[in-house]
Design a protein around this ligand. Structure first.
Ligand code: PBG
Length: 336
């Protein structure tokens, strides 16, 4: 009986290793590929001139003033990276309860967009639509007396912020705030203002993740976070059906592109979103993922190949593009 199934004297009937033997055949049968076209480069922007500050928890990442940002953009553009994503670092004295600095036409983000689009008209520029850099309490929206983040009042401010970005020339506005109804409200306002070409990349499935820690250090919204967490608007890491629901709403409301964030701990969500909707789907390899991989490679505990492996995983799961702090390094590697 057993012998029928296990004839140990025969050769294996299948030898999947045949195709893995040589580089040429490995290349021929390779299913997924990461190219420079998949990359979006997030950057932290500072006030001032010739200012450059290291982000302690993200070795290799710096906050740059606009003049230095332009130098960085030139490198990014030459490498062929399609788009940069901007995150302003707002001085304490410009933060307030009403987050009015968020829609200042001459605010840091708006000036950075104008400078970039003037110098590199065909480099895509994406902006973050959320109030956390601008509120004294570090939450993404306005709060009531109980420190609850109030939805509809926040959306009114997000609309003004998104319009000010579009007016400055942003190609893509990316609401990362997770308020209800904000994609529809922003789309409507953009259309009414004649900004029919402004693309919306919705942070649709954005989880209440501890992997954002280094980012909050980088933009200085961590120390003062009222309530200590964002559980009342960002998604519960225990849920995944809910992510499909959020994506469906954002698509219905007018998002051109949707996003899952963070990346590696949420590959299942990314896969399901792409399979379900077949929309342009992006993933954010967030600051904490960068910090982990960077720390381990700097220590020599992991080889640098883990970076490419982590990005390929996103392609396999169905990502059309990836926001990653490794974008510049990987684009340089891909050129070689
Ligand atoms: C702010 C925002 C965050 C990130 C992007 N936009 C932080 C947060 O929601 O607390 C995180 C990015 C990263 O960790 O790299 N709305």
């Amino acid at each position: 009986m057993t012998q029928q199934y296990f004839n140990f004297s025969a050769f294996p009937q299948q030898r999947p290793r045949r195709l893995r033997k040589d580089d040429f055949s490995r290349r021929l049968v390779r299913e997924h590929q990461l190219t420079v076209d998949d990359l979006i480069y997030p950057c932290f922007v500072l006030e001032g001139k010739s200012q450059r500050e290291k982000v302690t928890s993200m070795p290799g990442v710096e906050r740059l003033s606009i003049d230095l940002l332009l130098q960085e953009a030139e490198i990014i553009h030459k490498l062929g990276i399609p788009m940069m994503a901007l995150f302003p670092v707002i001085p304490l004295e410009q933060k307030s309860l009403d987050a009015a600095e968020a829609f200042n036409p001459d605010g840091l983000a708006q000036r950075a967009v104008r400078a970039l689009k003037k110098a590199f008209p065909d480099l895509g520029v994406m902006t973050d639509v959320a109030l956390d850099p601008f509120t004294t309490h570090g939450q993404d929206g306005l709060i009531d007396d109980n420190a609850y983040i109030i939805n509809d009042e926040t959306v009114e401010v997000l609309i003004k912020q998104a319009i000010s970005h579009a007016e400055a020339g942003a190609d893509v506005v990316a609401p990362s705030d997770m308020m209800d109804g904000r994609i529809g409200a922003i789309r409507n306002a953009l259309e009414n203002a004649g900004h029919i070409h402004t693309r919306i990349m919705a942070y649709s499935a954005k989880y209440a993740s501890s992997f954002y820690g280094p980012f909050r250090d980088a933009v200085g919204s961590a120390g003062n976070l009222a309530g200590g967490n964002k559980f009342s608007y960002q998604m519960d890491p225990a849920n995944s059906d809910e992510a499909l629901h959020e994506v469906a709403l954002d698509i219905q409301e007018g998002a051109d592109m949707v996003m899952v964030k963070p990346g590696m701990p949420y590959l299942d969500v990314l896969y399901r979103v792409k399979q379900t909707f077949q929309k342009p789907t992006f993933v954010y390899q967030v600051s904490g993922e960068y910090a982990m991989l960077k720390a381990a490679t700097l220590k020599g505990w992991l080889g640098e190949e883990v970076i490419m492996e982590s990005l390929l995983a996103f392609k396999r799961a169905g990502a059309d593009g990836i926001l990653t702090y490794f974008a510049k390094d990987i684009a340089q590697k891909l050129q070689r």
